[in-house]
Ligand binder design. Structure first.
Ligand code: NAD
Length: 522
């Protein structure tokens, strides 16, 4: 039985504000047939979208950017209603999408331009070589709940810029912001190449069953299931999965900056960020000082429910299940000897969990090895950088990491020893806001990467090779039928001369003997 059939298929999603428990919307969930029909429809319009070229698409992408700017406050309202985020956090998503739209709208034409690589051999100079980037017709984008508008935008925008049509399946926990994106695309009158389908895992599986490329962001466990389904269809995919990002604080670091930066890196969005700081290793000489600063700072953070006025730093967890994982990680650590310096429990309101600093932690504890995705800061004392690097690399994840040091050369040297797709020195998240860099997880944190300049749109394309004769063509090429020994010797000698090295370039006699069926006289 397939994943699509194995569970009861809900026909409706109930969306709640997790901060208050209030129902904010009920949204229809699509059937498998509706998903297939949506893909058929996208296929009808994709060709037109491809042939208007990157310049034609730029017009629509910039119009969409205007729509996002004009609807900024409303989009933040919708996002807050389905996540319980503080106002400032809710405002980040639309601005992030605006920035990314500008980047790919303006650069896609250059990124997707035909290339004419130089032939590798003088023999091949009779052809003009062209690499053409042609989009996969329909990209399926499947996203999680932590950034309900930015997460879809991060992948939908470069896929549209590449000339593909996109079927977006947002998380069943937070479908409203993605529906707003589709509403905006329709409202500007753009070609109908972006469709949103809503529903749970079954709808996600139906997306995988119908599209030509899957871009997935979510948990490692779901990523594995989708990769298996893709393998059945020989479907290409790219995945951004879970993480357990380490922060290394060295004795020469600016301790104030490290404490403020790491608190933000661990607690932004209540720690529900794939690239959250999830474990902290501090060199012994500055361990006490760092802990004092960190704990004092965490204690002063404001947690609560915002309206349109920004009043809080931390909001709610996305749902009860996520709150339960954080509780389990804290209780497991305490049972194994850890101590809580501040926080440590759910607040009792909605799905809020207190920002929590844990010490006397080690790698026998879930909070140091499993993704928490919550407001936890487990801090471990280390003897030196060697121990810090070894512990940081002791993980099956490898999304990103940070190194805090007063010596940039030392920071870069350590970065090159960390097994992570990105390392930020004296900062966190910085790579995420630089679209020219790849954002990809190593190990069980992902397959492939998003962005990375031209790679960010080319990943949604198939590279097509075209050869065109430069010189007038003859009736027959030397190697065509019927075979002729003399022509063969000329052709193979030329290949040997071009490809071999040193005196072996001149192996005409060997070739002659082989061509005549004789072993060369060495
Ligand atoms: P999830 O894996 O439970 O769900 C993600 C999406 O996959 C949802 O839309 C869900 O409906 C869909 N889905 C579930 N089963 C499916 C199936 N069998 N086939 C197709 N689709 C299916 O993840 P989540 O709980 O929504 O999000 C949290 C996770 O996402 C965390 O592990 C976090 O680290 C990860 N994440 C990673 C990144 C990144 O860029 N690396 C970013 C954000 C979140």
């Amino acid at each position: 039985m397939s994943d699509t059939e194995s569970r009861t298929w809900p026909t409706e999603l109930v969306v709640r504000n997790p901060a208050t428990g209030r129902v904010v919307a009920e949204v229809a969930a699509q059937s498998a047939e509706e998903v297939a029909a949506a893909v058929r429809d996208l296929r009808l319009h994709q060709h037109e979208w491809e042939v208007i070229g990157a310049r034609g698409r730029k017009r629509w992408l910039l119009k969409f950017q205007d729509w996002l700017i004009d609807n900024n406050d409303h989009l933040a309202d919708v996002l807050q209603s389905e996540t319980g985020k503080p106002r400032v956090d809710a405002l980040i998503d639309p601005s992030f999408a605006v920035d990314l739209l500008g980047y790919y709208a303006r650069r896609a034409e250059r990124f997707l331009a035909d290339e004419h690589p130089a032939p590798h051999s003088p023999l091949a100079r009779v052809k003009r070589l062209t690499t053409v980037y042609r989009p996969y017709p329909v990209i399926g984008v499947i996203t999680p709940w932590n950034f309900p508008l930015a997460m879809p935008a991060l992948d939908v925008i470069p896929a549209l810029a590449a000339g593909a049509a996109v079927l977006l399946k947002p998380s069943e926990v937070t479908p409203l912001s993605a529906l707003e994106l589709a509403r905006g695309w329709a409202e500007i009158g753009a070609p109908p190449v972006l469709t949103v389908v809503t529903g749970g895992p079954q709808v996600g599986a139906a997306v995988v069953d119908n599209v030509d490329f899957v871009q997935f962001t979510g948990s490692t466990a779901t990523g594995r299931r989708i990769a298996t389904a893709c393998a059945e269809r020989l479907l290409p995919y790219s995945m951004e999965l879970g993480g357990k990002d380490p922060a290394i604080v060295l004795a020469d670091a600016d301790i104030d900056r490290a404490a403020y930066g790491i608190a933000f890196g661990a607690l932004f969005n209540s720690g529900q960020v794939c690239i959250s700081v999830e474990r902290i290793y501090v060199e012994a000489p500055v361990y006490d000082k760092f802990l004092d600063k960190l704990t004092a700072h965490v204690r002063e953070l404001r947690q609560g429910i915002d309206g349109r006025k920004p009043e809080h730093d931390l909001g709610a967890m996305a749902n009860d299940a996520q709150q339960a994982i954080v509780t389990e990680h804290v209780q497991d650590a305490i049972a194994k000897g850890a101590k809580v310096l501040t926080g440590g429990q759910a607040t009792g309101v909605g799905t809020f969990f207190e920002p929590t600093v844990l010490v006397e932690v080690d790698h026998s504890m879930l909070c140091m090895t499993e993704e928490t995705f919550g407001p936890l800061l487990p801090v471990m004392r280390v003897a030196d950088e060697t121990e810090a690097i070894a512990l940081a690399n002791d993980s099956r994840y490898g999304l990103s990491a940070s190194v805090w040091t007063g010596d940039r050369v030392r920071g870069e040297r350590i970065a090159r020893q960390l097994d992570a797709g990105a390392v930020n020195i004296n900062d966190m998240f910085a790579n995420l806001f630089n679209f020219a860099l790849p954002m990809g997880g190593w190990g069980q944190s992902g397959v492939g990467a998003r962005w990375g300049g031209a790679d960010g749109v080319r990943k949604y394309c198939r590279a097509q090779a075209i050869t065109t004769p430069i010189l007038p063509t003859q009736q027959k090429e030397p190697l065509w039928f019927p075979y002729n020994t003399n022509k063969l010797v000329v052709a193979l000698s030329a290949m040997r001369a071009a490809g071999a090295h040193g005196p072996r370039r001149l192996g005409v006699l060997d070739i002659l003997n082989s061509a005549r069926g004789r072993v060369a006289d060495l």
